[in-house]
Write a protein that binds this ligand. Structure first.
Ligand SMILES: Cc1ncc(COP(=O)(O)O)c(C=O)c1O
Length: 393
């Protein structure tokens, strides 16, 4: 069967190989005194709050399951708009908010709406692999720009300017980032956006981890800078609803009808039950719980990063958000005679029964040196992981 070049251009998700191996080993060691600790998974160990679960049950019970508008339930768009005002002090009219099947569908729609075949989108290396694949699915080309710890593993205006070529269409950042948990400084983002605007390009910012920010200087939405910026967001991470498949995007007014037309045709609408449930995310009790959980994520970070550093798994920049640790294992690899972060991940998995994610999927620049740990597991799991890796070393 002839496979399209579009599909062939999507690189394999190598992490799944590691995840598969971890699951297979987990089954073997499940009943030993060292069951597998999964720190390779990028999703909260919390589930949706009680009010959200009850709202979903009510929607099912009352048969609120017909298609909604392609842009989402009007009351949900209003609630998201009100959340921008209360949480970030930013006015985002509901008319610019498009509810989607997770940030993934939002990224897909944004890329389809804006990228011509052969267009280039600049992104930091390392970055979340699927984001470059949304660009290739739209027949564009993701251009990964190597970043440094000093840049918080984010793009700089100087690098964007230097990399801008005749086919460049814009930039796609994630702040805070997966895999580093580090955000772009707002001044740098402003400068990047100026460079992009001066060239008639587009600035897209994936803000799926924004509400899981632990540092006020980075915790502001890019929408505060300019209403021409496209912001991608989700109910997956802060709102603990990964499998419900719900997210949203905020687009400039002029783009709404184009995105709506694409969404109508490609998805009809996001899950109706999930949308009814998500209305309850913005109740006071749910928001209070989310803030408690955010504090728990911060406590985990504050415990885990110094522990990794002490083991020689150096985290060059303290993550200011999300729940990841991007750790340099090159020194330990040298000491232990291990080739690179890929082999290191397997070594830690096989010997310490701790699953991590090797850097390979996130780019090419320095990724053989880095492994990603997710700190979205309980404190007890994190402590077990540290004890076991220490013993292994
Ligand atoms: C940076 C980033 N963007 C987008 C996504 C996709 O999230 P969603 O579940 O909302 O589709 C993820 C998921 O891990 C992510 O890390």
């Amino acid at each position: 069967m002839q496979i399209s070049s579009r599909a062939q251009n999507i690189e394999p998700f190598y992490v799944m190989e590691v995840a598969k191996a971890a699951s297979a080993l987990a089954a073997q060691v499940a009943h030993t005194d060292a069951p597998m600790v999964f720190l390779n998974i990028g999703e909260p160990d919390f589930t949706a709050p009680p009010l959200v679960q009850e709202a979903a049950q009510r929607a099912v019970h009352h048969g609120h399951s017909q298609y909604t508008a392609a842009t989402g339930l009007p009351q949900l768009r209003e609630r998201i708009s009100a959340w921008y005002a209360s949480r970030f002090g930013v006015q985002v009219p509901a008319s610019r908010i498009v509810v989607t099947a997770g940030a993934s569908a939002a990224l897909h729609l944004a890329c389809l709406a804006l990228i011509e075949s052969g267009d280039e989108i600049l992104m930091p290396d390392p970055s979340y692999p699927c984001n470059r694949h949304f660009v290739s699915a739209a027949e564009g080309k993701a251009v990964l720009i190597p970043t440094t710890a000093e840049e918080r593993f984010q793009l700089s205006a100087a690098k964007v300017e230097a990399a801008w070529g005749p086919r460049t269409r814009g930039v796609l950042l994630a702040s805070p980032s997966n895999p580093t948990g580090t955000s772009i400084h707002p001044d740098e983002l402003r400068r990047i956006h100026q460079v992009v605007q001066a060239r008639g390009g587009i600035t897209m910012v994936d803000e799926i981890y924004l509400a899981l920010s632990h540092d006020a200087q980075f915790g502001q939405t890019a929408l505060a800078l300019d209403d021409q910026i496209i912001s991608i967001n989700s109910f997956s991470k802060y709102f603990n609803m990964t499998g419900w498949r719900l997210g949203w995007m905020v687009v400039p007014e002029a783009l709404v009808s184009v995105v709506e037309r694409l969404a109508q045709n490609l998805f009809i609408c996001p899950s109706t039950i999930a949308q009814h449930a998500a209305l309850a995310c913005f109740e006071d009790a749910s928001l209070a719980l989310y803030e408690q959980r955010r504090a728990e994520f911060k406590a985990r970070r504050d415990y885990f990063i110094p522990q990794l550093n002490a083991l020689g798994l150096t985290v060059p920049v303290m993550p200011d958000g999300a729940f990841y640790a991007w750790a340099d294992c090159s020194e330990l690899c040298r000491k232990l005679g291990i080739k690179d972060s890929w082999d290191f991940a397997f070594e830690v998995m096989n010997r310490a029964h701790v699953a991590t994610t090797p850097g390979r999927d996130f780019g090419t620049a320095q990724t053989v040196q880095f492994v990603r740990f997710s700190t979205a597991s309980s404190m007890q799991q994190l402590e077990t992981a540290i004890t076991r890796i220490r013993a292994m070393l």
